[in-house]
Design a protein around this ligand. Structure first.
Ligand SMILES: [Mg+2]
Length: 315
């Protein structure tokens, strides 16, 4: 299908219609930022279903390592599920261990077509894309498998993820912002899962809106709900991944990093120090730059197996 401009998802109208009640806006990412659920979701839900549904049993060890690198331990941490899946396929296909075993890694070409199509990059977006594609060209095995995989992931998450509390100082920070800041969850997770997770721990009540993957990308969430409704330096996104920083900077608003591995310390600093600077308009500039510079050093770009290979060759 021809490349189309990104559509405004139907569900996003709640964000477009949102009217500020306070002078400041803070968007908060969910997985790995407010909740310590990244390890559980990826290691127990995403990775096992990728191996099972995409037939990667013969190279499960390398598939697992690649999934964890893409989704948890590199600069692509927190990436949308479809973009991350094609990246896993692309990296895995090039690994010598995979080539040596003649394992068949899916091309991901049809999923890439979906990513470029302008359909929302959500589960529902893929279901719709696969149905529209089937109506025009007949069923496509990769798209059918993609729908099955996404369904299986969401079922695994609904079954597995519970009892994971927010990081220390999240609740305290939300309380401290009440009456001063409009608060929104800004996440690439399905809304149903977000409402369950934020509701389970009694912190959904602090949030004005819960924005998930059905309402567009994180950049769109900020554009629709906040941009132009507050001065740019009154809008802040809190996130744990470079993609969160990119979403904030794409619309020229502020970013506060929750450092992977140092989440508690990051939230404590937000509660004790950064929030006050944000509310007194002293956050942007040297203070924000220093936090982001430190955050950017934490996650690698190059897979560790590439480094191992290079060292071996150099020896
Ligand atoms: Mg995250």
């Amino acid at each position: 299908m021809a490349k189309q401009a990104a559509k405004v998802p139907e569900a996003a109208h709640v964000l477009i219609d949102f009217k500020p009640k306070h002078d400041f806006f803070v968007g908060i990412d969910s997985d790995g930022c407010a909740f310590d659920a990244m390890e559980l979701k990826h290691k127990e839900c995403f990775t096992p279903t990728i191996i099972k549904v995409w037939g990667l049993q013969a190279v499960s060890k390398y598939a697992r390592e690649t999934c964890e690198f893409v989704n948890l331990y590199s600069k692509t941490r927190g990436l949308n599920r479809w973009i991350a899946l094609t990246r896993v396929f692309d990296l895995l296909r090039e690994r010598p261990e995979v080539k040596a075993r003649h394992a068949e890694v899916p091309s991901g070409d049809k999923i890439k077509e979906f990513i470029e199509s302008g359909y929302p990059l959500s589960h529902k977006g893929m279901v719709q894309f696969a149905a529209d594609h089937a109506a025009r060209f007949g069923p496509d095995p990769e798209l059918e498998r993609a729908v099955l995989w996404s369904t299986t992931v969401d079922e695994a998450i609904a079954d597995m993820v519970r009892g994971v509390p927010p990081f220390p100082f999240v609740r305290e920070s939300l309380r401290k912002m009440q009456g001063l800041v409009d608060l929104m969850v800004v996440s690439a997770t399905p809304v149903e899962a977000l409402e369950r997770e934020w509701g389970e721990h009694g912190i959904a009540e602090y949030m004005t809106v819960i924005a998930g993957q059905e309402m567009g990308t994180k950049k769109q969430h900020l554009q629709f709900a906040a941009k132009g409704k507050y001065p740019d330096d009154h809008i802040l996104l809190i996130g744990d991944a470079p993609g969160d920083r990119d979403a904030a900077k794409a619309v020229d608003v502020l970013y506060y990093p929750i450092n992977p591995g140092g989440e508690e310390k990051s939230w404590r600093r937000f509660h004790d120090e950064a929030l006050g600077k944000f509310l007194s308009c002293e956050y942007s500039g040297a203070y924000e730059d220093a936090l982001i510079a430190k955050f950017e050093k934490l996650l690698p770009k190059t897979p560790p197996w590439d480094k191992i290979k290079r060292i071996e060759y150099e020896d």
